[in-house]
Design a protein around this ligand. Structure first.
Ligand SMILES: [Zn+2]
Length: 212
């Protein structure tokens, strides 16, 4: 309805409306049939670094999580409390009909399947765990979605967290090994001794790298 120019590109009318939800506070409900893979809305808001988000919202003083934060990357969080749109009212479900996708730093919400008129839209928040969640935090992030697949938390499944930790450890080990290799190579030219001819074993271990 507005004629003033906005930063956002004009979009088609929303496929959903915001009203009271049984899940939590307000929710988004389909007002027309939605097709699988349809892009429904962009998750917008103020883009801030993680430390600023931590400053703004202190889990210790909150009884229940009620922030509209979306982690885009290791650097950026979108805070939809400021400059957010209807997307911030889409609730969490452990068996969701929507999903989010990040494209070039922007977050969009898509339909995971066909959605009927009147159905509540939801996606899996899957908040990243830090591994040291207190009982209070578990309470704050408990899930009441009531689906058969409910894992009891809007935080990511613990198995997923563990998988991420293992991947991180593997990446770190790889990085360390590469750094050690590099350090060794750097040291070599300093010693004036002639490089010894490579043994077959040595050539095998470095061969893959040299050829590429
Ligand atoms: Zn649930």
């Amino acid at each position: 309805m507005t004629t003033s120019k906005t930063k956002q590109t004009p979009t088609a009318p929303l496929a959903f409306e915001i009203r009271e939800s049984k899940l939590s506070g307000k929710g988004a409900f389909a007002i027309r049939p939605i097709k699988k893979a349809e892009r429904l809305i962009e998750y917008v808001g103020e883009r801030i670094p993680h430390p600023v988000a931590d400053e703004r919202y202190d889990d210790d003083t909150m009884e229940e999580h009620h922030t509209f934060l979306f982690t885009v990357s290791s650097r950026t969080v979108i805070d939809a409390t400021h400059g957010g749109n209807e997307s911030r009212f889409i609730n969490h479900s452990c068996d969701p009909n929507c999903e989010t996708e990040i494209e070039k730093g922007r977050v969009y919400i898509f339909a995971l399947r066909d959605i009927k008129v009147g159905e509540e839209l939801a996606y899996d928040y899957g908040y990243e765990r830090s591994g040291d969640e207190t009982e209070k935090e578990e309470r704050q992030y408990r899930c009441l979605c009531g689906t058969a697949k409910c894992r009891g938390s809007i935080m990511e499944p613990i198995a997923e967290y563990q998988k991420r930790v293992r991947a991180k450890q593997r990446a770190l080990a790889k990085k360390r090994a590469a750094a050690q290799k590099k350090a060794k190579r750097k040291v070599k030219p300093k010693s004036k001794a002639k490089p010894k001819p490579k043994t077959k074993a040595q050539r095998r271990t470095t061969g893959r790298r040299a050829r590429s």
